[in-house]
Design a protein around this ligand. Structure first.
Ligand code: SF4
Length: 359
């Protein structure tokens, strides 16, 4: 049975722009049913950045694609700005598409090589009847400036640009119609390390200035700590922990979160020396046949008998309401007061507040 998840209030009581409720994406493949997303409940508030992290194969990209209806949910609901869009036809969805956009991992595959940069950025303006001709050109020049490019870049084609410049074009295109929600799926992982930081900074600045909600999907823990207000951790199609960023890094509760964070480098040598890496045994099980009970039990260093038969619920824990409400965790061994077992196994990664306030 899929554990039920309590609703989560977005940070600071912000109006939700994205609400996923028990979202499922199951499909036939490899001789069975692949449960890529299996009961995901998640909210992104206006002006809030929610990071979605997990190993490759955890289902986080599937959730992002379902959130913008580029993939079809097979269960649950997707609401954008309070409207249920889960089963809207493509035609009915078209006018709403200006409210939400996806920035893909690889800008090379998402930009039409036959179009100029100016045409690529102006296309959503034209499709949604927001601006034409001179107005669209002026808006394109403005957007190019906002993503750190020059007006003359409008005449170039994607292959004439660097990877970082192409991703800036993707971001400019996504923001051209002022969406309320941006889903960014590993937006820097296809870029050289040297340009990743500049694209992340750009995304952070634009998000702060424009106040859109953002679902930031990544396996890069440093990036998510930098950008996100709140983080949801996925394992095998389900969310296993969710918390404000600073709380998650300072005090991870779920054994899987602890293992993930223990592998992240820490810039402070004093903290780094006190840490012990938790190495998980085995591979991520197949979403074709998730383990019974707690899905993490085959790799969990703390598993007990109950874990093999009984799926833990994602429960609300006491938390700092000002930072986004209560925390959520699904583990039998975490007490209702948030007491987690074996805390010494993964000392806190951070003793300072989230870097989000310092950027
Ligand atoms: Fe580990 Fe059991 Fe907690 Fe799952 S419920 S994370 S197996 S201790």
């Amino acid at each position: 049975m899929i554990p039920t998840q309590p609703p989560h209030t977005p940070g600071g009581g912000a109006t939700p722009v994205l609400e996923l409720d028990a979202l499922e994406r199951h499909f036939a493949g490899h001789g069975g049913i692949v449960r890529a997303a299996d009961g995901v409940t998640l909210t992104v508030g206006k002006g809030e950045v929610v990071g979605l992290v997990g190993e490759s194969g955890s289902g986080k990209s599937t959730v992002g694609r379902c959130a913008v209806r580029l993939d079809e949910p097979t269960g649950g609901t997707v609401r954008i700005n309070g409207r249920d869009v889960t089963r809207l036809s493509r035609r009915a969805l078209r006018p709403l598409r200006k409210d939400f956009h996806l920035v893909f991992q690889d800008p090379s595959s998402s930009l039409d090589p036959r179009m100029t940069v100016g045409q690529i950025i102006a296309e959503p303006l034209r499709l949604h009847g927001i601006a034409k001709k001179d107005a669209a050109r002026a808006r394109t020049a403005e957007l190019l400036g906002q993503v750190g490019l020059r007006p003359e870049h409008a005449q170039r084609r994607p292959h004439e640009l660097s990877g970082g410049q192409r991703q800036r074009i993707s971001i400019a295109r996504a923001l051209s119609v002022d969406p309320d929600l941006l889903v960014a799926d590993e937006p820097t992982s296809a870029l050289d390390v040297s340009v990743q930081a500049s694209v992340l900074n750009l995304l952070a600045d634009l998000q702060r200035d424009r106040g859109f909600g953002c679902l930031f999907i990544t396996h890069d823990l440093a990036a998510v700590e930098f950008l996100a207000d709140r983080i949801a951790v996925m394992y095998l199609g389900q969310i296993v922990e969710q918390a404000p960023t600073a709380e998650l890094f300072a005090d991870p509760k779920h054994p899987y979160t602890r293992a993930l964070l223990s592998a992240a480098p820490v810039p402070d040598p004093a903290i780094q020396r006190t840490r012990r890496r938790i190495v998980l045994s085995g591979e991520l099980p197949s979403p074709l046949a998730p383990p019974p009970g707690c899905r993490f039990h085959t790799r969990c260093p703390l598993a007990v008998d109950r874990c093999r038969t009984e799926a833990p619920e994602l429960r609300e824990l006491p938390g700092n309401a000002a930072e986004g409400g209560g925390r959520q965790v699904s583990c039998h061994l975490v007490g209702d007061d948030g007491t987690a077992p074996d805390a010494a196994a993964a000392p806190a990664l951070r003793t300072i507040p989230s870097t989000r306030t310092a950027r």
